[in-house]
Design a protein around this ligand. Structure first.
Ligand code: AMP
Ligand code: ZN
Length: 114
């Protein structure tokens, strides 16, 4: 049994309202939003992070899903995509995901003040 929360969401064992879904990918809103729009784009296959092995068709679906989230959320003024990988990046859910953020000016800095 997989005990991964994003696998359970991808397999509809935990219900979410999808922003976008196809056979490879599901996108849903982050439960702790960091911006007016904060949606997670998640492959249905369990891969730990962006350094893991992904089929080309999954990469294509992830890209399409990110673009679809931008359209469906009305992010005509821009969006930011972040994927944390590993401890230094602060990854907390060990299943690859892309944060799609927008709906306000996010500024030019890539990181908060450190
Ligand atoms: P990261 O720190 O990059 O691993 O991001 C994990 C993100 O997943 C955080 O922003 C959490 O708020 C979010 N998250 C964790 N569990 C859920 C869930 N069940 N539904 C929606 N978002 C979640
Ligand atoms: Zn998983």
């Amino acid at each position: 049994m997989c005990d991964c929360i994003f696998c359970k969401i991808a397999q509809h064992e935990i219900p979410v309202e999808p922003v976008y879904e196809d056979d490879q990918v599901i996108a849903f809103d982050d439960m702790n939003p960091q911006a007016p729009v904060h949606t997670l784009v998640v492959p249905k296959v369990h891969v730990q992070d962006i350094t893991g092995n992904l089929e080309p068709e999954t990469l294509v679906s992830l890209h399409k899903a990110i673009c679809e989230v931008g359209i469906r959320k009305g992010l005509t003024q821009g969006l930011r995509v972040i994927s944390n990988a590993g401890a230094d990046a602060g990854q907390t859910v060990m299943h690859l995901h892309f944060h799609v953020l927008g709906g306000t000016s996010l500024g030019e800095g890539l990181l908060p003040e450190v």
